[in-house]
Design a protein around this ligand. Sequence first.
Ligand SMILES: [Fe+2]
Length: 340
Amino acid sequence: MASKEKILIIDDEMAPRESIRMVLKDRYAVSTATGALEGLSIITQEQMDLVVMDIKMPKMDGITALQEIKKKSPDTEVILLTAYASLETARDAIRFGAFDYLLKPFDKDDILMVVEKGLAKRRSNTGLKLERDILLDRASYLEQQITEAKTNIMVCYEGTVKALILTIDAKDHYTYNHSNRVAILSSSIANSLDVTSKTLKEIEHAASIHDIGKIGIDENILKKNGRLTAEEYAEMKKHPAIGVRIVQSVSFLEDAIPVILYHHERYDGNGYPEGLKGEQIPLSARIVIVADAIDAMMSARPYRGALAMVNVISELKDNNGTQFDPDIVDIILQGRVPLI
Ligand SMILES: [Fe+2]
């Protein structure tokens, strides 16, 4: 059987205090106090479901005590006892959180009815609170699940990107680790442009798979030491479009498409595949073309050694504003990005 609900009666006058106690004592666990201070002390020690309290009391009146009770125990319902003379005060007390008032003299049925109504409200509030707590628990559990799912997706993403990079590198040994270095350099350049951390990560990932389309290019063309013929070069120029076809079916790689498609566009509009010009070329692609060129120049090839830093800088200056975005070249020339 559920334990009885707890009611505290606070009244400095014994007669009403005792008569109310007699009415309630069989149904509820009733305590009494002879004044507001004693009542507050009881409430501090023990949670009450409902308080029945006189308005007119020495030392601390019922309205002040009501506000103190609501501070200590907001869920405890309070019913005020009032004589006709202080009826307006009792009505005003509702806005301080009193549930209702009883006008003296009151009979047994009045008391039982108001008390039972007050307790019903208290039960309903408790039920709502429980429901709210359960919902909050559920929400926090779901939040945790979403965070875990996001982490799993990121792990999956990183794994897929790594697998793609290995595939590109396996196809073209001379560019081994080139994709990784372009990713690091692109990320450093983007970082000096104050992009958001999300964009930064996107540029880094996109840079690392910018040449993914080379998977679809004949190895004899990829590995050819000499100059490409016109046909071979035309074939090679297909790798951005092939790359887009590879990643567009993978939703979490879609952000890499601008870099994959446009990393051979030149600032002066003479690049490929679309001949975009200046800021028509996405910023991420303008960054990657510079990083790609720097790493290519700094890497040894079968037909030439790695270029000295002075020559790399000189090449960047020569192609500044034609092949490359001058703002990005400036970042390199100002030494704002470490060149590995
Ligand atoms: Fe490329």
